[in-house]
Design a binder for this molecule. Structure first.
Ligand code: NAG
Ligand code: NAG
Ligand code: NAG
Ligand code: NAG
Length: 488
């Protein structure tokens, strides 16, 4: 609790310092970003940014920043606060009053745009998608700057078009709902965000979805369901988020994010449906959430630091993953990531750090603590040879991994893979790995392979089960002072 309070307080202070917003309209038209999209299907490639060039508002004058009253209060807004200008609705902007139908088949995009436009201009306002309605909307960028304290509240169901055939040709295939250039904003509600991803997962270009289990070539873009981009001091809470065509919730270029009590679900065999993905994002708390999907439960990409994950349940999934980092010889800097009190069940990986050959930078200060594994393959895995095809060569540079600890990690593993696997780069060893109270037993059957280490330096504070005798003592000669490898 203390941490979260100080987090909010720091967040609010940052708001005060950085406040440079204008009282302006958001942009609401739908962008077509398709022409210049990257064809890269892997986790790390950022979707095209909304084009800031057509934003008419960048030079508007400042207005005085608000004075926060009590920093210990979360930024929730009482939706029934009476507004002297409109005593019937206060500062709630109900999409029904902007013409939404909510029957699940009428396109309600325009009503959401208009409600956003109004809510954006009023301080501490609530855009409400009320319960008992199903709102179909197409790809939309909810853009700021807006007045602070805006709450986007989904109590009903917010639904994406049903698969590629219903996706308007002009819409971006990279993203569905985008929140852009916002500060001090909350996405919450008792409702559901439904991605209707099924037809996207079955595209023949997706892994093994072609004829006879093949994977066909060709464009394979699928939209992330909810993307926060270039925004700060965000809260995302309480919602149920389902069946995304690709990543469910994605943050890039953000700072100050709290995620609390989300329930994210997609089938086990839905490709690329990461639950929560963060990249180039700092100061993130992910709490009390339950995620079941077909790819990483939580994935942490390059440029992230100070990420705190606590009380999260994953599974089925591909586990909690740092990476992939260093793709296409890029630099990646990741530091200070904590995962604590997590349950990972029926998953392809438990806790994983994956980097490509040829990258630079470092991943450092990684703490995995109190994690229960339940029938998990690769419970603890460092893979510095990550590769999606067979054509990756060994290179001389790598993202340097150091100061990673694995403490109190207990439970059962699926014997098809060794439960502990540290494959570090040939040229850049992993250093200062700490193992303590790691006890992993076969879920059923017997394991053939022992734990694996390659060029991994570290210590066992207590003996692990299964025993690991392949960690190297001390430090290698080649890494030393230059340990951050270009990261600050
Ligand atoms: C009060 O709010 C309703 C719904 O948002 C709107 O239709 C109406 O015009 C508003 N009245 C005034 C006086 O602003
Ligand atoms: C690490 O991140 C946590 C938040 O997860 C933060 O409270 C702490 O100050 C950070 N530590 C450093 C050394 O930056
Ligand atoms: C890369 O290096 C690792 C570790 O030395 C080795 O196991 C692997 O076979 C090598 N791969 C290639 C493609 O040379
Ligand atoms: C090793 O890593 C731990 C974190 O797991 C850190 O506290 C410690 O300072 C590191 N030791 C060295 C010698 O860098």
């Amino acid at each position: 609790m203390d941490f979260r309070r100080s987090f909010l307080f720091i967040g609010i202070s940052i708001v005060l310092v950085l406040h440079n917003l204008s009282n302006v309209e958001g942009r609401h038209h739908i962008h077509s970003g398709r022409k210049h999209q990257s064809k890269n299907e892997n986790d790390g490639s950022p979707a095209p940014a909304p084009n800031p060039g057509d934003d008419p508002v960048s030079n508007s004058p400042d207005y005085p920043p608000p004075i926060p009253s009590d920093p210990s209060n979360p930024p929730y807004i009482d939706p029934v606060t009476p507004n002297p200008e409109n005593s019937s609705t206060g500062c709630t902007f109900d999409v029904m009053e902007f013409g939404a139908v909510g029957d699940g088949s009428t396109d309600d995009t325009a009503a959401f745009r208009d409600a956003w436009k109004a809510a954006c201009q009023a301080e501490s306002s609530v855009l409400l998608a009320p319960a008992d309605f199903v709102f179909l909307i197409t790809s939309t960028i909810f853009s700021g700057p807006c007045k602070p304290g805006l709450v986007f509240q989904v109590d009903g169901v917010l639904m994406a078009p049903n698969g590629p055939s219903c996706w308007p040709k002009a819409d971006s295939l990279q993203q569905w709902l985008v929140f852009y250039r916002l500060d001090d904003m909350t996405l919450t509600g008792t409702g559901t965000i439904e991605g209707n991803g099924e037809e996207w997962w079955q595209l023949p270009c997706k892994p093994h979805m072609g004829p006879h289990g093949s994977t066909l070539h060709g464009p394979c873009d699928s939209p992330a369901l909810i993307r926060f981009f270039m925004s700060s001091n965000l809260v995302v809470s309480n919602l149920q988020i389902k069946n995304s065509p690709k990543f469910h919730v994605k943050f890039d270029g953000c700072e100050g994010v709290i995620i609390d009590k989300l329930r994210i679900s997609s089938p086990k065999l839905s490709p690329n449906t990461d639950g929560i993905h963060v990249e180039n994002t700092k100061s993130v708390g992910i709490y009390n959430s339950v995620i079941a999907n077909g790819d990483d439960c939580i994935s942490i990409g390059p440029g992230c630091s100070n990420v705190d994950i606590e009380s999260v349940t994953c599974g089925p999934s591909h586990g909690i993953s740092i990476g992939s980092l260093g793709v296409h010889n890029s630099q990646a800097c990741v530091s200070n990531i904590t995962v604590r009190n997590a349950i990972i069940k029926e998953s392809d990986n438990g806790v994983r750090i994956k980097t490509w050959q040829g990258g630079t930078g470092s991943v450092t200060g990684i703490y995995f603590e109190n994690i229960q594994m339940d029938n998990v393959r690769n419970c603890i895995i460092i893979d510095q040879y990550y590769c999606l095809s067979k054509g990756c060569r060994n290179e001389t540079s790598a993202v340097y991994l150091s100061d990673a600890s694995f403490r109190n990690i207990k439970g059962t593993y699926d014997v098809r893979s060794p439960p502990i696997h540290f494959a570090c780069s040939d040229t850049v060893a992993c250093t200062n790995i700490t193992m303590s109270e790691v006890e992993l037993l076969p879920f059923e059957g017997v394991l053939v392979d022992d734990p694996f280490c390659w060029n991994a330096y570290g210590i066992q504070e207590t003996l692990t089960i299964p025993p690991i005798d392949c960690l190297l003592d001390g430090m290698p000669e080649t890494v030393g002072e230059s340990s951050l490898y270009g990261c600050k």
